[in-house]
Design a protein around this ligand. Structure first.
Ligand code: 7RM
Length: 650
């Protein structure tokens, strides 16, 4: 392979291809390209083969029942995903293998073997039962990245309660909305978590959220930071360690129907209200298991580390369920990549001899900016495979990752998927696929993707269009919790019987997929999914704000950043103090991930004659571009004024 000169020009023209290294190919779980044709010929048989590798109390009668847009997978099958992630591995020597390797930000660490995990999960499952949690109940989990988080998820799954994990970076308000939406009975939280050397006051947020969450009967609190010992509410709050004390160390797994609810995970959509994405048991389990096995090439002695937070779907499928269903060792880290220094990730890779690393482009770009010295200080030679997720990866970052982290030996799998898809749908198979930096390459076998134009016609090679999935897949969302109409309208109304991803994409002549970003009002800020409408709702909730419009502005590190255009109420001046107040208001309503980078004050927002805000023009202003077509504007002077005031800052 020719060494790239490293200049910007050369990188912009990155058109090298990367075939699987021979050494990798030879040992890969899957190296026969005929799997694609096999899956295409009979997708149901293809998925059923994976399902057969897992444990079922009763086998399914039918692989798929498809009445668009409702799919049932492994119909009539009875299983338990916790049993498959834990108990299944106790029958062999695997029982003594590390299941979970956890490192806290302060440097404390713990290893749980599969046998340990079994005990912890069973005891906590019994604890939940003692609080009155039954099959079908919902449990909200609001925890930092501590071992109790996957233990709680597995315990819920074991007894048939659905978990709803709420990312620890969300505010009390956001937590309250999610708890109320699913009417959770129990909330699991911690006194705090560590982030960049300070304590995140989770219990405080949980307490704030609870005035207004009447469905919550009990709160289980993990003692992590020890700073909220006096905040326990008698009769409502119970320490995790007190709850599990004396609980039996076994707990029979509930025999779950394939289509029984496994979890709800809230994600941002076009409107201000987050959607509770519904995943069920059998299909989700098979999807997470199959993709983890083939895409991450999991082997008995791998040490696999996904750096996501379990509060997002990536953590659900590729820290917890996928790797554990495969009997792998999964690494989990609590804190920030720059604590105590910018080499923390590489110190972790070295310390645990990680073999597979899965992270986001935003992190990779940050490491790039920090420079090669940090990774160079550590022995990264155990790594054999790298992954990327959450947003498109720019070729420059891809090549940097491949070279400086992977040492030029490790394939980089760029994995495209969504909370809704449950598992990866577009990715290379590292033992088969020749990689092209910046492309997620090809749909996973059995996935029928296509790119359509407005009228529903395939666009053909090289042309941009809407990415859709034409056939059902096992881990697909089954519904939006409590809002079946929105489910139909969001995903199944654009084209008949076809899943609408809301992503733009194109396919090149070689059949490679290139993702072009969202086509709705969802943006990806540091790979976190945020709805611009959600931020707008938070802003107009402030009494000083008359109207607000938010956009995602291209950002070198974060991918996108939130920028808000705000019209203040009569008599309120757009001072720096007001700007800070509004930013803080968004943090209080949603969480710091949604904090606008910039707020532009404007007397009016550019609108069409029918009153629609033209966000496209706001993006042109924020990104310092010439304005696009303004002929539909009611008053072109509004945007001209904005451009004059803010457009030439760059
Ligand atoms: C896994 C996750 C989903 C949205 C999706 C895309 C974007 C995710 C990639 C990507 C380009 C990728 N779930 N996205 N992965 N875009 N290449 N490899 O991120 O529900 O939080 O977000 O993320 O726009 O629709 S998510």
């Amino acid at each position: 392979m020719v060494e790239n000169s490293g200049s910007i020009e050369a990188l912009l023209q990155e058109d090298r291809t990367f075939p699987p290294p021979e050494k990798f190919r030879q040992q890969a779980n899957i190296r026969d390209p005929r799997v694609y044709a096999r899956a295409r010929r009979d997708p149901e048989a293809f998925w059923a083969k994976f399902a057969e590798e897992l444990h079922w109390f009763k086998k399914w009668d039918q692989v798929l029942d498809w009445k668009p847009p409702y799919a049932k997978w492994f119909v009539g099958g009875k299983t338990n995903i916790c049993y498959n992630c834990v108990d299944r591995h106790l029958e062999s020597a695997r029982r003594n293998k590390a299941a979970l390797v956890w490192e806290g930000e302060p440097g404390d660490w713990k290893v749980y073997t599969y046998r340990d995990l079994y005990r912890e999960v069973c005891q906590f499952a019994n604890g939940l039962k003692s609080l009155g949690v039954r099959k079908g109940d919902r449990v909200t989990i609001y925890l930092p990245m501590v071992p109790e988080l996957p233990i709680a998820m597995l315990a819920c799954a074991r007894i048939g309660a659905a978990h709803s994990v709420v990312f620890g970076g969300f505010s009390a308000d956001a937590l309250r909305d999610r708890t109320n939406d699913c009417q959770a009975k129990v909330l699991i939280t911690a006194d705090g978590g560590y982030r960049r050397g300070s304590v995140v006051p989770l219990k405080q947020n949980a307490d704030d959220s609870l005035n207004g969450s009447p469905s919550i009967q009990k709160v289980v609190v993990v003692r992590r930071t020890g700073h909220a010992d006096d905040k326990m509410v008698a009769g409502r709050d119970i320490w995790w360690h007190d709850l599990v004390k004396g609980q039996p160390m076994t707990c029979p797994p509930e025999q779950m129907d394939s289509e029984d609810l496994l979890y709800i995970l809230y994600t941002s959509g076009t409107t201000g209200k987050p959607k509770g994405i519904v995943h069920t048991t059998g299909g989700y389990m098979v999807g997470a298991y199959a993709t983890a096995k083939w895409i991450f090439d999991l082997k008995e002695d791998d040490i696999y580390w996904c750096t996501a937070d379990i509060g997002w779907v990536t953590g659900h499928s590729y820290i917890v369920y996928g790797p554990l269903a495969n009997g792998a060792t999964t690494v989990m880290y609590e804190g920030s990549p720059d604590y105590p220094d910018r080499d923390r990730f590489w110190a972790i890779v070295e310390k645990y001899a990680a073999t597979i690393l899965y992270t986001a482009p935003t992190a990779i770009r940050t490491f790039m900016r920090w420079g090669e010295d940090y990774p160079r200080k550590h022995d990264l030679s155990t790594l054999r495979l790298l992954g990327s997720v959450g947003e498109p990866i720019n070729p420059e970052a891809w090549v940097w990752y491949w070279k400086n982290i992977g040492g030029g030996r490790c394939p980089v799998v760029d994995t495209w998927w969504q909370t809704e898809t449950g598992s990866i749908l577009i990715s290379a198979l590292p033992g088969i696929t020749t990689l092209k930096p910046g492309s997620a390459t090809q749909p996973f076998p059995g996935i029928d993707a296509e790119i359509l134009d407005e009228r529903g016609q395939p666009v053909g090679p090289g042309k941009g269009g809407y990415l859709v999935i034409k056939k059902p897949w096992p881990s697909m969302l089954r519904n939006i919790y409590g809002d079946p109409q929105r489910f139909v309208q969001q995903y199944w109304s654009r084209y008949p019987d076809t899943y609408f991803t809301a992503d733009g994409a194109k396919v090149d002549e070689g059949g490679y997929y290139w993702l072009l970003g969202r086509v709705d009002d969802v943006i990806k800020v540091s790979a976190h999914r945020i709805s611009t409408m959600e931020v707008e709702s938070a802003l107009v909730d402030n009494s000083k704000v008359a109207e607000a419009a938010c956009i995602g502005k291209a950002h070198e590190m974060k991918g996108e950043a939130v920028v808000a255009f705000v019209t203040l109420k009569e008599g309120v001046a757009g001072t720096p103090a007001v700007m800070n107040e509004l930013k803080q208001h968004v943090v209080n309503k949603i969480g710091s991930i949604a904090r606008p980078d910039d707020i532009y004050f404007t007397a009016e927002l550019p609108k069409t004659r029918s009153g629609k805000i033209m966000r496209r023009l706001l993006r042109d202003v924020a990104e310092g571009r010439a304005l696009g077509d303004t002929t539909t504007l009611a008053d072109p002077a509004v945007v001209e004024a904005l451009k004059k005031r803010y457009g030439d800052e760059e």
